[in-house]
Design a protein around this ligand. Structure first.
Ligand SMILES: [Zn+2]
Length: 395
């Protein structure tokens, strides 16, 4: 590699000077190769740094064919540049990454679970651990252990070792590379190979909080936050809880009880409303029936309702057709059209065949059986659809 990796020896370096060695085309943009850089290229679960080369924004940094490419969207002519990395972003990534080492060591020590993979996202990081089960108590136990390591502010050192030295080291995992093997050592806690950037003492991780976990292929995937992210997370949740408490006029500790009571009240109210709605629809059906003469002929009730719930209309059809000699052709015009054709038991007309013979008028579909059929289609032509069904019935 032509580029000296300044971040390897000094992850706290924020600004540097370097020579532009070459500018390569890269996916419609440019990849700047420098003789030295403080920009970490993405890899090993850690995203790349962002920042500037002079006043040009570095979009991302990648390692490709043995070169570190600083991706920019304008061509670079100058030979000497000043680079500066986005330190807030880098420090955040260092907190998450070092936190992951501490977590991995704790999972290993407390649960015998090895780390299968690690991913650092924009807001949250995740880690896959090779264990089969995990409980809320386990999470507290693990968090206490991990945060105790932070409180002890243990030194974190980096050194490059040769392959021959490896068997003598208490490694948590074996390195993937065979030369320039970087060993990250957290005093008394963890010793593992890694090419990323880390803080110099565990205290700088600030805090580790497990967010959640779920089963994944062959293990459990945990999401977690460290340092500034944990503070941001706490701030967000605290604000949500405070707002909820204010809305419910209760102390935060009583929110759960208040919400449970509210849900219960809501369910009871909903039940009462449903009963009232049924009563009203029953009355509506009785009113409709009263208006038809009881002369022994078939009562044909055909109605189109605007903006009405189809379930209410179905219930109305049910009540109507409990009365002998009744056929109901009911529809509602909402965003789309829905219809139900139904008859009382004593009428011998096939509702399904009438429904299917007319439904093409609204480009719809649906069906049922001899007693009742339902479906939906366009609202345009709904009147013609009902009219056509009426005419078929008359025959
Ligand atoms: Zn690392």
């Amino acid at each position: 590699m032509r580029t000296e990796r300044l971040f390897d020896n000094d992850p706290y370096l924020k600004q540097f000077e370097a020579e532009v060695l070459e500018v390569l085309p890269y996916e419609g943009k440019y990849g700047v190769v420098l003789d030295r850089t403080a920009f970490y290229p993405e890899g090993g679960g850690q995203p790349s740094d962002s920042g500037c080369l002079d006043d040009t924004t570095v979009l991302k940094v990648i390692e490709k064919d043995g070169e570190i490419l600083h991706i920019v969207d304008k061509h670079f002519g100058v030979k000497t540049i000043k680079g500066s990395i986005d330190w807030a972003r880098r420090f955040d990534l260092m907190q998450q990454h070092t936190g992951q080492h501490i977590l991995s060591a704790c999972f290993e020590e407390l649960f015998g679970g090895s780390t299968d993979s690690f991913h650092m996202g924009k807001d949250i990081s995740s880690i896959e651990i090779n264990i089969v089960s995990f409980s809320v108590n386990d999470a507290e136990y693990l968090e206490n252990k991990a945060n105790a390591i932070i409180y002890r502010n243990l030194p974190i050192t980096v050194r490059v070792v040769s392959g021959e030295e490896l068997p003598n080291l208490p490694l948590r995992k074996m390195p993937k590379v065979t030369e320039n093997i970087r060993i990250i050592n957290i005093k008394d806690v963890d010793c593992s190979p890694c090419g990323g950037t880390h803080v110099k003492a565990t205290g700088e991780v600030g805090m580790i909080k497990i967010k959640n976990w779920e089963k994944c292929k062959g293990g459990i995937r945990f999401t977690f936050v460290c340092g500034g992210r944990a503070l941001g997370d706490y701030r967000l949740y605290n604000s949500i809880i405070r707002t909820l408490g204010e809305k419910l006029s209760v102390k935060d500790i009583n929110i759960e009880e208040a919400v449970n009571k509210m849900l219960n009240d809501f369910k009871n109210t909903e039940k009462r409303l449903l009963l009232s709605a049924r009563e009203l629809i029953k009355l509506e059906a009785e009113n409709i029936i009263e208006k038809y003469p009881a002369d022994g002929g078939i009562r044909l009730v055909s109605r189109i309702f605007d903006n009405r719930n189809i379930n209410d209309v179905k219930l109305l059809a049910q009540y109507l057709t409990q009365v002998p000699n009744t056929v109901a052709l009911l529809a509602c015009r909402n965003e789309s059209a829905q219809a139900i054709f139904s008859r009382s038991e004593d009428v011998s007309i096939d509702m399904d065949s009438i429904f299917k013979a007319a439904i093409h008028i609204i480009d719809g579909k649906g069906g049922g059986n001899s007693r009742a059929a339902q479906g939906g289609g366009r609202t345009e032509g709904l009147d013609d659809f009902i009219k056509a069904a009426e005419e078929m019935l008359m025959k």
